[in-house]
Each structure stands twice: as structure tokens, then as C-alpha cells.
Design a protein around this ligand. Sequence first.
Ligand code: F6P
Length: 321
Amino acid sequence: MKRIGILTSGGDTPGMNAAIRATFKACDAMGMETFGIYHGYVGLIAGRIEKLNHAQVENIMHKGGTILRTSRSEEFKTEDGRKKAYRMLCAYDIEGVVVIGGDGSFKGAELLNDMGVAIIGIPGTIDNDMGYTDFTIGFDTAVNTITNEIYNIRDTMRAHDRVGVVEVMGRNCGDIALWAGIAGAADLILTSECCMEWDEAAAKLMDFKLRGKLTSIVVIAEGAGRAADFAEFVHNKTGIDIKAIVPGYVQRGGNPTASDRVLASRFGMRAAELLKNDIGGRAVGIKDNKIIDVSFAEAIATLDCFDKKLYDFSNDVLARF
Ligand code: F6P
């Protein structure tokens, strides 16, 4: 393979740039040219494609966002849209493409791969909701960002003897809530995988208060409900002074952690190696600290596995008062 393309798709995530850089450099070292495809599948269909050079991937390792921009494409979900994308790749003589994104992006990648272009997927989403890989790029950074937010919030909640409920992203996956909740010493974590009734949660917070714990931090995953609704519910039920905080997109931006940078670089290395060997249709991942690759079908079908034991340990043991 002589020419490959690379694109970022879906929600951006810190570490995408590190993956672009590593893929470019690995391909360059192996004698392959890399073409940047801008704005994900939207840009692929529209032909927003240019050859990348070393200067373009200089000084991007530490930057959040994606230099290639990203999008969610409705047109690419149609057969007609994918045919346009395929024709565009043929026009540029691009034989393989690295797609950095989440499961939605991988579904499109699999269909494009079936049309005859070798596609490799790199998992990039803060949600960490892809079961075939232990970690996705950006998750560690998002967890660190929320952990720091929790400590800031705790300071001001403590000063007023308040309860703070922090709503975090993750779509239907509670991993950000669980990990940031543990790292932030949360007193209660609510996720959609392990749903605790809000009545029970309110009773728990009241019990904390009656036993002298005047400040508590609750972390709620967006899939488990809105922080504002939970705060209103608890206040109406118990009279507790409770504030809802939604950090929102703050957790999707920012400099990637060292761990995300290294993970992204390892993924980029494997993606380039696969394409060099004319292998497509694979999603790169990490299991037990080893880089792996599996078929897109397996990557998409492997259900995300939430660590219920860790969740119970956090709520039942770490949060004891
Ligand atoms: O998938 C990443 C993610 O940030 C989710 O955590 C969140 O639910 C969603 O994207 C937000 O999407 P948008 O960028 O369209 O607001």
C-alpha cells in the first residue's frame, strides 16, 4: 500500500491528534503517503482531502480537539453517500483509511471496508463504551478533568454545607462517572447500568446529613438522568441544599494526559502496520496492556462491560461514613 487516508469522526476526543501524528509518522517511516481527510465522512464525500506533511503534525501531540476536524454524517449512512465516498478515495488513489472515532464511526467504516478499501479503526471517544477494548483514546483525560472539577466543586460545597451533584458525559456508559467518582472520592455515583432509585439515593444523602456529614458529592452519568432533575427531586424530598453542576464540553477538550498520548501513539503504530500489510477491516484496541486488533463485526458486537463490582465497592464501601 502506498497511499493512505486518515480521518476523525463523531465527538472529538483528547488524543486524536496524537493518533494522527503517530499514524502519519509510522506510515512515513514505512514509505507510505498519508492524506488528511477533513471533517470526517462529510469531508470524505465532499473531497476535502490533502496530503499531510511533517510540518502539519508538528507540535500537535499535546493538543486537544482534532486538526482534521470532525463531524457526524447523515449522508454517509446512506448507500449513495458511501458510494460517493468510495469514488472519492479511488480518485485520490487512496487504498486504505484510518478512521478514529467511536462505535457509530466504526459501523460506517465496516461498510466502506466491504466496498473494497482497507479500513482500520482506532477507538477515540471519551465515553469508553466499546467493549472489545479496555480503553478508548480520551477517556483518561476526561476522567482527570472531571476529577479536578469535583475537587473544585467540593471546596465551595463544603464552605456552604451543601451537596453537589455533578453530571458527566458518557451517553449510556457510566465509566466516566465511575472512574472520576472514585478518583474524586464521590459519596454517591449514579449510572444507567446500575440504577439506584432516586428515593434510595435521597435517603442515603439524608442519612449522611443526620450523621454529621454536611457536604456530599454525587456524580451522575448523563444516561442516568439530569443533575438538575436529581437536585430538585432530592431537595423536594429532604429539604437538603443541593446544587447541580454540569461541566459539559469542558470534559471533551483540553490537553490529553500522558497516558492518552501514549495509547494513541500505540494505536497509530498498529494501524499503520496493518495497512502496510494490506490488511483492512480491523479495529485496533488494548486488552491487558497489549495492543490487539479485531474485526469490525467483533468490535461493534462486543457489549460494553461495566465494572459492577467496582461500582458497588465505591458506593457501599469507599463512601461509608
Ligand atoms: O460520544 C461522546 C459524547 O461527548 C457523549 O459523551 C455525549 O453524550 C455526546 O458525545 C455529545 O454529543 P454532541 O457533540 O453532539 O453534543
